[in-house]
Write a protein that binds this ligand. Structure first.
Ligand SMILES: *Cc1c(COP(=O)(O)O)cnc(C)c1O
Length: 384
């Protein structure tokens, strides 16, 4: 039996709370698509998806067909799966046969989808993604005439389910002009399609930050990742939310917690460096605890001398560089720390709490990055 050096827990009540909050927050006819790319932001697709279904979610968005296959294996047949990114041409057949929906953002995919759908005599359910300014994927303005022609002439093979786009950084107010422009372009394209008699069933543009910031753009569906897991896309979005609702507590609860244990303890004399190189110099005699997790387990090197952990109800700093399989934390002054003691890397211990973003005034992307790098092979334990 494998004994892992850390444990990951998922809290069902927290997820229930978050889904309830989101459903209340969204206008009543807006469909919530749960974004579970990146192994459900590290929560684990196999465990998270059935849990989300139990909380009333029945639409899942993934990045790739590979992820869609994983979701399909654990969802009930009534749930919808939508792929927002990579589909290898050889996987189109599987998607169409299984009524897995997918984004179409260039002619390669459009024409090959049409070909496979004809061959299978089964309709492909597609979401046309339009370029509105992010410059990632999406049809350009000058492509639309041809897209409309293909859609109009092949209605028996291609079901125009959605028209979508994605905002380039809705979590930052500094990008305000950019997403205002994207919004305007999207609405214009939507009208343009309508004039061609092409009316998508689902109009969708919003990720978490956009759904909070631009409620008027929630339209038929929102694609919510980070919020459902109980994290805010950025501090700005959080502040904007609590300001409007005149509360200082957020409505979200974190679903995940990540724990490890003290592997060993050591006393370090004043004037000694800790770990590789010279990044941390002990200014006084220190007691450090070594934990058997490192960047190989997703504890990013960016947290060297920056990360925090909880031990015995105290919030303590990481000292020195994050190693491949090991970190040191400063437990000086905490008397009764022993080998084997629980250490929280993400989550709560008593009254103290570590959110991923607590590490990362550095970068709001850290939430996303740290979560998605959590080891896939650690079994997730579900707390009901
Ligand atoms: C990741 C992603 C989302 C969800 O983003 P969050 O900020 O986690 O809500 C929505 N749409 C697309 C296209 C994405 O790639």
């Amino acid at each position: 039996m494998t004994i892992h050096s850390s444990e990951i827990l998922l809290d069902k009540k927290a997820l229930q709370n978050n889904i309830r909050f989101l459903k209340n927050y969204l206008s009543s006819d807006v469909l919530l698509s749960s974004v579970v790319k990146g192994n459900a932001y590290g929560h684990g697709i196999e465990d998270f998806v059935p849990l989300a279904e139990e909380c009333g979610v029945n639409h899942f968005s993934v990045y790739s067909a590979d992820e869609a296959i994983k979701v399909e294996m654990v969802t009930s047949t009534t749930s919808t799966v939508m792929i927002m990114g990579y589909v290898d041409p050889s996987q189109l057949r599987w998607c169409i046969e299984n009524m897995v929906e997918f984004f179409v953002f260039d002619f390669n995919r459009l024409y090959s989808t049409l070909e496979v759908a004809k061959e299978l005599k089964k309709k492909a359910i597609i979401h046309i993604e339009v370029e509105t300014g992010m410059n990632r994927t999406g049809f350009e303005r000058e492509d639309l005439e041809e897209v409309a022609r293909v859609l109009n002439e092949n209605k028996e093979h291609l079901f125009f389910k959605g028209l979508c786009t994605h905002y380039a950084g809705a979590e930052r107010i500094g990008n305000f002009d950019r997403f205002e422009q994207q919004k305007a372009i999207y609405l214009e394209v939507l009208d343009w399609f309508k004039n061609k008699n092409l009316i998508p069933e689902q109009r969708h543009t919003c990720c978490s930050a956009a759904a909070i910031r631009m409620p008027e753009m929630q339209m038929d569906m929102v694609r919510i990742g980070i919020l459902q897991y109980g994290f805010w896309p950025s501090r700005e979005v959080f502040i904007e939310y609590i300001k409007d609702f005149k509360t200082k507590d957020g409505p979200l609860e974190r679903v995940i917690s990540w724990k490890s244990r003290v592997m060993s303890l050591k006393n370090v004399s004043s004037g000694e460096y800790i770990g590789y190189g010279k990044t941390y110099l002990a200014q006084q005699p220190l007691k450090i605890a070594l934990l058997p997790i490192g960047y190989a387990h997703g504890f990013t090197r960016g947290l060297s001398n920056v990360g925090r952990a909880l031990v015995k109800g105290h919030r303590v700093p990481v000292v020195g560089m994050v190693n491949m399989n090991c970190i040191a934390i400063n437990v000086t002054g905490i008397d009764d720390v022993q080998s084997g003691d629980e250490v929280i890397l993400i989550g709560k211990q008593g009254d103290v709490e570590i959110s991923v973003s607590a590490f990362g005034e550095l970068s709001t992307q850290l939430n996303y990055e740290l979560l998605t790098r959590l080891p896939h092979d650690i079994p997730r334990t579900i707390k009901k």
